[in-house]
Design a protein around this ligand. Sequence first.
Ligand SMILES: Nc1ncnc2c1ncn2[C@@H]1O[C@H](COP(=O)(O)OP(=O)(O)OP(=O)(O)O)[C@@H](O)[C@H]1O
Ligand SMILES: [Zn+2]
Length: 790
Amino acid sequence: MFSLSSTVQPQVTVPLSHLINAFHSPKSSSVSLSASISQSQHREAAAEHEAPSTEPVLNLKDLGLSELKVRQLDELVDSLLPGFCTRNRVSSRWHTSYISAQSFFENKHGFLDIFSTLRSSCLYRQHPKTVQSICADLQRWPVFIQSRGFKTLKSRTRRLQSTSERFTETQHVAPSFVKGFLLRDRGSDVESLDKLMKTKNIPEAHQDAFKTGFAEGFLKAQALTQKTNDSLRRTRLFLLVLLLLGIYGLLKNPFLSVRFRTTTGLDSAVDPVQMKNVTFEHVKGVEEAKQELQEVVEFLKNPQKFTVLGGKLPKGILLVGPPGTGKTLLARAVAGEADVPFYYASGSEFDEMFVGVGASRIRNLFREAKANAPCVIFIDELDSVGGKRIESPMHPYSRQTINQLLAEMDGFKPNEGVIIIGATNFPEALDNALIRPGRFDMQVTVPRPDVKGRTEILKWYLNKIKFDQSVDPEIIARGTVGFSGAELENLVNQAALKAAVDGKDMVTMKELEFSKDKILMGPERRSVEIDNKNKTITAYHESGHAIIAYYTKDAMPINKATIMPRGPTLGHVSLLPENDRWNETRSQLLAQMDVSMGGRVAEELIFGTDHITTGASSDFDNATKIAKRMVTRFGMSEKLGVMTYSDTGKLSPETQSAIEQEIRILLRDSYERAKNILKTHAKEHKNLAEALLTYETLDAKEIQIVLEGKKLELNFTDGGECGHRGAGTGRTESLVFIPGPQRGEVSWWEDTRVFSFLFFLFFFLKHLGLSDLPRVTHTVKEVLSFSDQI
Ligand SMILES: Nc1ncnc2c1ncn2[C@@H]1O[C@H](COP(=O)(O)OP(=O)(O)OP(=O)(O)O)[C@@H](O)[C@H]1O
Ligand SMILES: [Zn+2]
């Protein structure tokens, strides 16, 4: 684009370049148009200039400007741009768009400015020749409309490929008076310009100066265009980098992704889930909870029946219990039994960084529910929305959210038929306002199932797979003290997977035992090479535990003994209580201590005092813990009496040493008892250890066969047994180690994401033609350090 420049030689180049500019720029063309054509035409022209048009590439010869005389040029510019000339001062009229000034006046005052209208018509009349001369002169000028626009180089080149195409296109966008002029043949344009220079008698001496001036103007304009393009490119590049960084940040930063999700999902519709297929039949081992919830089901089925006498049913029910015990399942069963819609929400969904988002979600949820009453609203993890109202930077708007929840709960009447069921693992963390009468005023405890409950749950899930009739769910249930419903479901599922991997067509006890041990103690370490000496020590150590358990009256029955390494252990003996133990007697506790001592005693008796190992440390931990609790908590020491000693550190030195003394005596006596038993049953001990070395794992029946002195005949199987060395208490402990990426480690896909991001960034930098390579490198370095930070 051609434009004015103060450094351009004034007498020659300025008028011409401005003249051309006047035709190229929308602003100047609209001025010239406004003086010559009607207002509608003016609008059309302006619109056309905004539309994309061609940008010709012409050299000076093509333009035929070599013969234009300076005087002629000045005249032309004077007639086109009255008042604009280096010798004259710039006229204020030149800068005024009288049409807009007129409409501005009308808008402001409510009536037409007659004087302005007259003035504008005067202007028209004062320069009647302006447009005529422009048209007349421009008829012979090879100028094309050029308008600014964001054109790609590609499209521009494409357009310039066909002249005829270009003309056709120009025909659509150019004002009518320019059309004729534009549609002229390019060759004749050149000629006519030469002619013009001749006819206007531009002196030959000035012709060269004119050409030089024109060339300078042309080049300056080119430079300016180049600059504009460069700055545009830089702006685009900057925006693009910002955009990429933004997208990357959204993907990378969970905080941002939460924001994104929450803003987009602010007013998302809340859809109920119909729970027809889930009933109380699906929830096993939580009979009390089911009974308590039964009346809620009745209420949902017929709300009027309950409120007709003026009674009030609880609005909110709080299900309290450890994870995986079936709280969600129970809430679904309530809705399913009553055949009403079930609205599920997780407390963490309401915990938002934005003010009002959590509150608005609660509002939406309750509005929907009320419209579809009777129904059940279930809020899982209630503690994350209704926790004690501590405002922290992580939960800046928790107060509003809780308040909204309280307001909504207060806002509906008890007979509306909406029941809110909340679930939490930490009832003590709940805000007091939430658990007062009128809100979550009914608490139902959902505990871990007892042995009967576990058996029922195991049976329920076993019925969904193919299992051998010899499977006794009760044995598994007895060995899974403390398992939740979800863990039992997982146990059965893992057994089914194991059977499939081993190519069996049904699940047997072996698979169930295997998956139980896997959940409790981690996977087997079959690849571990244990030398014969260590194997022998382990076999005698474990059979020592088993012998004591077998021959001690109040010890728990043996379930299994193994020398197969699993997790951190080299072998173990597992003991099963007949039932869940609610209380333990003194003799039961002493028996547990004796069984723990059995391992070390065996090592000492068989291999001698010099060859005892470190393998008994967890056994001693166990035994010491029991002895200490007997003395300090259970009042089972004659010397210290029936008194509890909670903080032993604060006790007098005498009391402390008395406690220590008592614990020592208990442990020593236990060790002696174990020694006696093993000495008495040395033969059985040896037999059992050898059987373990041969078969690696023996179950209760097989142990009994060996200890009764019968011959054990077993086919070698694939093993699959496992253990926790020194499981003397009979309580199952979970020692599962789940290997995973350490904190701070970046997983491979995150790396890939960073590199693909950098690759695209580099690609775009190159694509946008940023030839300044040091800057590119610098930017990439910055991005790299930024990605390091995040
Ligand atoms: N008592 C049960 N009877 C049958 N299945 C159960 C029982 N408890 C848990 N499950 C199984 O475990 C799955 C998970 O249980 P659920 O989600 O109901 O536990 P939850 O107590 O809500 O856990 P959380 O507190 O972690 O939310 C259930 O879908 C169901 O398959
Ligand atoms: Zn042991």
